[in-house]
Design a binder for this molecule. Structure first.
Ligand code: CP3
Length: 342
């Protein structure tokens, strides 16, 4: 019996979709807060294989999701390339910035990333041995554009303006950074797969701010390069791509990236996506995360509507973005119960 998530990724239409949630291990869970306190802070948690394994397993124990996602962060790759990284409680990530040739040349070579990231591979190995046999282990990385936006601005930005400015003013430096991140991401995901990840996902959270040809050039193309490379060395490992905010351009995403599954954010209408994206292969999504806060009848009816819209093809049920810290775990249980009771 093959795992449900892998069956959907192989193109099978299932009576009940496999279910997991972005940020399923996180601050809405009291047990996560307790383990994070034990680790001291978020980054210490990411680099502690014992505790990172524990928090990855917490939502599996509590809810019985069909997949576990490795507990780590997309910004560990810039850190492994030599950037300074820290998290400001209640605000988010801060990094040293890259804006010129000197900054680019100061980055470590791709081979050096494993020195920093080896504890992450150890977490993957432990998870591969600890998960229930029906649960699929997902590894992940940020896509080059999204990771570059943080490396250039030094933090999250509403419109990614510093990265757009570098792309316009210093195209050679910008392209070299994207290329370095593409190579590092291939090395990082290959190592996760070699350690036991059964599926990998690329998060391009800020793809939506790329306009015109830039969407193809800086979101879809680097993802395709990563996927082509991983497929050549690990042909049987399915890959999920998440060009968040892609809008109508989601229709070309399977063909343009070569991904086995395209993750949809909640701004995409499910009926439209069934007709224009799911016809090309498996899709994942796309319940608005707000329902995990508000719950009630709206949660039940939206969950049913999305499951129905995608019921004619391969589908993985998920939120359109990560669950937020103010979510109620009871609402997560209600979503799962709604799906599994038909
Ligand atoms: O999904 C999971 O459960 C797996 C672990 C995971 C985390 N971050 C843990 C995390 C994954 C897959 C990510 C991806 C990630 N990280 C993305 C892409 C997905 C997305 O949300 O768009 C991005 C952009 C980041 C960078 C990042 N990490 C930001 C901007 C922040 C601060 C914002 C926030 O939610 O607090 C983080 C912190 C972070 N990453 C937390 C967790 C559980 C919260 C940290 C804490 O415990 O204080």
């Amino acid at each position: 019996m093959t795992k449900l998530l892998l069956r959907a990724l192989a193109g099978e239409t299932l009576p009940t979709p496999p279910i997991w949630m972005m940020r399923q291990a996180g601050r809405y869970l009291p047990e996560y807060m307790a383990t994070r306190a034990q680790a001291g802070d978020f980054l210490s948690l990411c680099y502690n294989p014992d505790l990172a394994t524990e928090v990855t397993l917490q939502p599996i124990r509590r809810f019985g999701f069909d997949a576990a996602i490795l507990f780590a962060d997309i910004l560990l790759v810039p850190q492994a390339l030599g950037a300074d990284l820290w998290f400001v409680q209640g605000e988010g990530p801060r990094l040293s910035t890259i804006s010129d040739k000197t900054g680019l040349e100061a980055l470590k070579p791709v081979e050096a990333i494993h020195d920093t990231l080896s504890p992450i591979y150890e977490t993957v190995r432990r998870l591969a041995g600890a998960l229930p046999q029906e649960t699929t282990l997902i590894g992940f990385a940020g896509a080059p554009w999204t990771v570059a936006t943080y490396m250039i601005a030094g933090r999250g930005t509403p419109d990614q303006a510093p990265a757009h400015a570098l792309k316009r003013d210093e195209p050679l430096i910008f392209d070299a950074l994207i290329e370095r991140l593409t190579e590092a991401t291939i090395a990082y995901l290959s190592a996760q797969i070699d350690s036991g990840a059964e599926v990998v996902k690329l998060f391009d959270s800020w793809a939506g701010s790329l306009e015109g040809d830039d969407f193809d050039r800086y979101s879809l193309t680097p993802m395709r390069q990563i996927i082509t490379s991983l497929k050549s060395t690990h042909p049987s490992v399915p890959i999920i791509a998440f060009p968040r905010g892609g809008g109508d351009r989601y229709a070309e995403a399977h063909a343009a990236t070569g991904a086995d599954c395209i993750a949809l954010d909640q701004s995409v209408d499910a009926d439209w996506a069934a007709a224009h994206v799911q016809i090309n292969g498996c899709v994942q999504g796309n319940l608005a995360p707000e329902h995990m806060v508000t719950g009630g009848d709206a949660l039940v009816s939206e969950t049913r509507r999305i499951a129905r819209a995608f019921s004619g093809g391969p589908h993985i049920f998920n939120l359109g973005h990560g669950i937020t810290p103010d979510a109620d775990p009871e609402n997560v249980a209600l979503m799962i119960e709604t799906l599994r009771s038909g």
